[in-house]
Design a protein around this ligand. Structure first.
Ligand code: KDG
Ligand code: MG
Length: 409
């Protein structure tokens, strides 16, 4: 199974995606997602300029060897650009191997450990009325676990909340990356946020009852002591998890949070190797690992990460925002289905245009996702349709405090 071609495809059907297509001498093709939100072209260049020439002539069957070669031979290790590029290669090779075997990928990973993959959706609102409406909408379309984000009084724009409410019929999902030559500026005030959020969860529990799993994303904005305070204040509302409560470059910070709260903690959508989790997992400072197949080096290291986490009763909760392409999403679903320590999967459905470009076989029914049983990942890229959506410059926003200081977004 010699690799004879590897093509980097950039398309923007509503938002930017980078996909690697690897072709073997027998005409099989495998796909991998290399999308890094707001930095897409750097991964496309890393792949096209430095990785594709190394792939040509290699045996596509040797996935572990190829992973180690790409990781170690660059000398410069880790980092989101490098690891997203390696992810795409690794995922494409698993897609190829499963297609060659005539099996859905999850079978090669050990087979199904469950019937379906519990998914959580994103509800949000500028006020309580909009938020309740959004939660009802998510329940109506089948979600059985819901992330709750709201605006904060006196702040103009807050992570996770669209400026206008998403229409029930349209695809008006929240999309933080905005097209344009400069990133949008948002404002932030942690004290205002901390005062507001516990009351929101109290109202949601009163309205929707105790059963519904509720999640919340702090999006890296709190100090450890602020995060501890929020976790403690949210305890009566029984969250499934509080996500990214601190910027977690400093793993030690989670010790302090953990000492003060029993609200479960999830972290790691911006992490890209197991090393980012070493202290967090070994000291059981978190409950869920948030890395995605797309950004953490592919199926090969993600399997090792979740197996390491399993020894400490830490579960998976893979990142699944719209910047994970349908290829990356399918890869996550195969892994979710196979592993034992699955926790939950984030699911932000893509828009119609994206689904026309990426033909998928995964399904969402009654709150559960399933990758389907087509050989490989079960996603095909319609290159003609993709070519109709050229790359558009787009950036994630950034935050400033009231006095103008840059804050974590
Ligand atoms: O690209 C950044 C988004 O994927 C991120 O802001 C979404 O935090 C996020 C989440 O939990 O989905
Ligand atoms: Mg997040």
């Amino acid at each position: 199974m010699k690799i004879v071609a590897a093509d980097v495809l950039v398309t923007s059907p509503g938002r930017n995606f980078v996909t690697l297509k690897v072709t073997t001498e027998d005409g099989l093709t495998g796909l991998g997602d290399a999308t890094l939100n707001g930095r897409e072209l750097s991964v496309a260049s890393y792949l096209g300029d430095h990785v594709v020439p190394l792939l040509l002539g290699r045996d596509a069957r040797n996935i572990e060897d190829t992973w180690q070669f790409l990781y170690r031979s660059a000398y410069w290790r880790r980092g989101p650009v490098t690891m997203s590029a390696i992810s795409a290669v690794d995922t494409a090779l698993w897609d190829l191997k499963a297609k060659a075997a005539g099996m859905p990928l999850y079978q090669l990973l050990g087979g199904a450990s469950r019937k379906g993959i519990l998914a959580y959706g994103h509800a949000s609102g500028q006020d309580q009325h909009q938020l309740f409406d959004s939660i009802r909408h998510h329940l109506d379309v089948g979600f059985r676990a819901i992330r709750v984000q709201t605006s904060v009084p006196s702040l103009n724009a807050v992570y996770g909340v669209p400026a206008a409410p998403a229409s029930r019929e349209g695809d008006g999902h929240y999309e933080p990356a905005q097209r344009g030559s400069l990133p949008a500026e948002e404002d932030w005030d942690t004290r205002a946020y901390l005062r507001h959020i516990p009351g929101v969860f109290e109202a949601v529990r009163n309205e929707f009852g105790p059963e519904l799993p509720l999640l919340h994303d702090g999006h890296h904005r709190m100090t450890p002591i602020e995060a501890a305070r929020l976790g403690k204040a949210l305890e009566p509302y029984d969250l499934f998890w509080l996500e990214d409560c601190t910027p977690a470059e400093n793993q030690e910070a989670l010790r302090l949070v953990r000492q003060h709260t029993i609200t479960p903690l999830a972290i790691g959508e911006v992490f890209n190797t197991v090393w980012d989790y070493q202290t967090l997992i070994r000291e059981q400072l978190i409950d869920y690992v948030r890395s995605s197949v797309t950004h953490a080096g592919g199926i090969t290291p993600m399997r090792k990460l979740v197996d390491f986490a399993a020894q400490y009763q830490v579960k998976s909760g893979m990142h699944g925002a719209t910047d994970i392409s349908p290829v990356g999403m399918a890869a996550a679903l195969h892994l979710d289905l196979a592993i034992h320590n699955f926790g939950i999967q984030e699911y932000m459905p893509h828009n119609e245009r994206t689904n026309e470009v990426f033909r998928q076989t995964f399904t969402f029914r009654d709150g559960y996702l399933h990758p389907g049983d087509e050989p490989g990942l079960g996603v095909e890229l319609d290159e003609k349709a993709a070519a109709g959506f050229p790359y558009q410059t787009a950036y994630l926003p950034f935050s400033r405090l009231r006095d103008g200081t840059i804050h974590d977004w």
